[in-house]
Design a binder for this molecule. Structure first.
Ligand code: OAD
Length: 243
């Protein structure tokens, strides 16, 4: 591919699966029999902040022990090689950044950020806190002593308008890859069709059929960590053959 290609990638939990981070949906996606839709909401936090924080504390501990996999590494290499590369991730685990990927748009926030639940005046809008595990659950705001919440987007909450704008801009591209997402959570799930309407070729990489499969220009059924390595090998071979 030419270095100036405008390549945008949308990733979901499947990209981190080979690192040992469980996906949300599917047999290994449940935690203590609570579906994420019942834990990742402001109502759930209001009702039982300890339970919600136990879940996030567990996820933070788990992710802290995981390493980026081959899929993260290939995407990081592409981010350095292709000038028009953009990556929109629904993942909150930070593994793309740990692999060295540039220009990551964090669509659903980060589990490594927190904010004051009551938005106290003394606290910044959000800040990084990598304490693993938190000694006291639920953890408290160092500025007002109230609760803090994870810096992630919960069901029923809107996407940060700046992030939404950056993502919309990123759909103006030549090639749009959709990797490892079940494509059921909107507005992220609508980005591929947005890119297609704006003239991009769309390619899905996923071992399973999703609602996005039939509308993609090309669907590659396989695991991200294997397919991306193979694509990278072909790209390298292709550039070696070029005069
Ligand atoms: P899901 O758990 O819904 O979907 C994971 C997808 O990854 C499925 O389509 C799997 O087939 C696929 N998959 C599994 N292993 C794979 C592999 N090795 N390579 C490639 N694909 C693989 O996760 P998301 O689509 O990311 O939102 O979920 C979207 C949002 O729903 C999340 O960001 C989160 C969640 O609830 C919030 O927290 C707001």
């Amino acid at each position: 591919m030419r270095p100036e290609v405008r390549l945008t990638v949308l990733t979901g939990a499947g990209v981190s699966a080979a690192s040992g981070v469980p996906t949300f949906r599917g047999p290994q996606g449940l935690w203590k029999n609570y579906p994420p839709e019942q834990l990742a909401t402001a109502d759930a936090f209001r009702r039982d902040p300890r339970l919600v924080w136990e879940w996030y504390n567990w996820r933070r501990e788990l992710v802290a022990k995981c390493e980026p996999n081959a899929a993260h590494r290939v995407l990081a290499a592409w981010s350095a090689r292709y000038h028009g590369f953009k990556l929109i991730t629904q993942n909150v685990d930070g593994l793309h950044e740990r692999a060295g990927t540039r220009s990551v748009i964090r669509f659903h926030g980060s589990i490594w950020e927190v904010l004051c639940w009551s938005r106290c005046a003394a606290a910044p809008a959000r800040w990084r806190d990598e304490t693993v595990p938190f000694p006291n659950i639920p953890p408290s705001c160092p500025h007002c002593g109230g609760l803090i919440r994870p810096g992630v987007v919960w069901f029923g909450e809107g996407i940060d308008p700046v992030v939404l704008e950056q993502s919309f801009e990123a759909t103006e591209c030549d090639l749009f890859l959709v990797i490892g997402t079940s494509a059921v959570v909107y507005p992220a799930a609508g980005l591929a069709s947005q890119a297609a309407r704006r003239g991009a070729i769309t390619v899905e990489i996923n071992p399973e059929i999703t609602p996005a499969t039939s509308s993609a220009d090309l669907s590659i059924q396989g695991r991200a960590e294997e397919v991306l390595q193979e694509l990278e090998r072909l790209i390298q071979e292709g550039s070696a053959l070029r005069p």
